[in-house]
Write a protein that binds this ligand. Structure first.
Ligand code: ATR
Length: 277
């Protein structure tokens, strides 16, 4: 890490070189006339605390945290936002006044992408969330706060889906089921929050699961449409989206936490479609 005079931000991960966050935040800084640097920092496993301490000494003001350090970040935070506490996840650290403030911006990122960028509404919709890992936990609260008619979580390991439904039952009509129990059900919005797309796999969803005018959303993104997106097209979903918009929107929310200004995201999302790291 080189010593900097202006405010420093970074994403930490292992690996991290693939991260689009330096590009996104550098563009945000230009758009909003903020003087800052944002880098990708490869941190060795077990070294997060040491890294953060030396980053603070080098004018570090904030960090994004990616795989595999989200739990480290959660534990390192000296204060947690309510939403980070409930999500059990931290992707944004603010380093201020000898404090390490932990927050999570993934849920806001998903909602902003769906609602603001794609004119989707959640209210009165029947929603299926597929998967019950950390990525899903982070988006349940903001989804439920939009008052969908129902939100069902389907997962290969049903007990994990049930645990999430129990944990978030105070926020709305949420329940859990296995993939087998989805026969004859229809949904207006299906969100794939599994990591299956990473390995080119498709969660075993039944045919005819999309209602008329339904939306399919894969929280993953890749250069080509994911298998879930391809399958959703075959199944007649009207609007099919990947997680690139969510990535930029969660970054915009982090930037807002750190700098107090909300950058425009549309142009950066469009440019990232052609971005080569
Ligand atoms: P993340 O932090 O990305 O959410 P995770 O916590 O490991 O990662 O969760 C991965 C999710 O994808 C889980 O819901 C997992 O299902 P299980 O809980 O049954 O393991 C789901 N998943 C991964 N590969 C899958 C596949 N091929 N088909 C269906 N679900 C899959």
């Amino acid at each position: 890490m080189t010593k900097q005079t202006n405010d420093c931000y970074a994403v930490i991960g292992n690996p991290v070189s693939h991260s689009k966050s330096p590009f996104i935040h550098t563009e945000f800084a230009k758009l909003t006339n903020q003087l800052l640097t944002y880098t990708a920092e490869l941190v060795e496993i077990g070294q997060v605390k040491n890294f953060v301490e030396s980053f603070i000494k080098n004018n570090g003001k904030g960090l994004n945290v990616t795989v595999p350090f989200k739990l480290d970040a959660f534990e390192l935070a000296t204060e947690l936002s309510d939403r980070a506490q409930r999500a059990g996840a931290v992707n944004t650290l603010t380093l201020k006044d000898n404090k390490i403030l932990g927050d999570t911006t993934d849920g806001t990122g998903l909602l902003n992408d769906l609602i603001k960028n794609h004119n989707q509404t959640i209210k009165h919709k029947r929603i299926l969330v597929v998967g019950a890992g950390g990525a899903v936990r982070g988006v349940l609260e903001p989804l439920l706060l939009e008052s969908p008619t129902s939100l069902i979580i389907a997962n290969r390991t049903v007990s994990k889906a049930q645990q999430l439904a129990d944990d978030f039952s105070n926020f709305g009509n949420i329940s859990a089921c296995s993939f087998n129990e989805l026969d004859n059900e229809q949904f207006d919005l299906i969100i794939n929050g599994t990591s299956a797309s990473l390995s080119g796999d498709l969660p075993p969803l039944p045919d005819n699961i999309f209602s008329n005018h339904a939306c399919a959303y894969d929280m993953m993104y890749a250069k080509e449409p994911t298998v879930f997106m391809q399958w959703s097209k075959q199944q007649g979903a009207e609007i099919i989206l990947d997680g690139l918009g969510m990535l930029v929107e969660q970054a915009a929310e982090s930037f807002y936490i750190w700098r107090g200004v909300r950058p425009e995201t549309k142009e950066i999302i469009n440019r990232l479609r052609d971005y080569k790291p």
